[in-house]
Design a protein around this ligand. Sequence first.
Ligand SMILES: [Zn+2]
Length: 50
Amino acid sequence: MALKQDEVYRCPDPDCGCEVTVTKGVAPGKGGNQNPCCSCGKKMVKMVKK
Ligand SMILES: [Zn+2]
């Protein structure tokens, strides 16, 4: 899934707990088909909004 504006991604490592918000989504056709990686090296997971 490409990064979309206002999506929130969190690091799955509870000892890290880093969380990022996408302030600007990926432009169409520019790829971005992967979740972002945390600075600790783990792949971040998308948070479901309520
Ligand atoms: Zn992390």
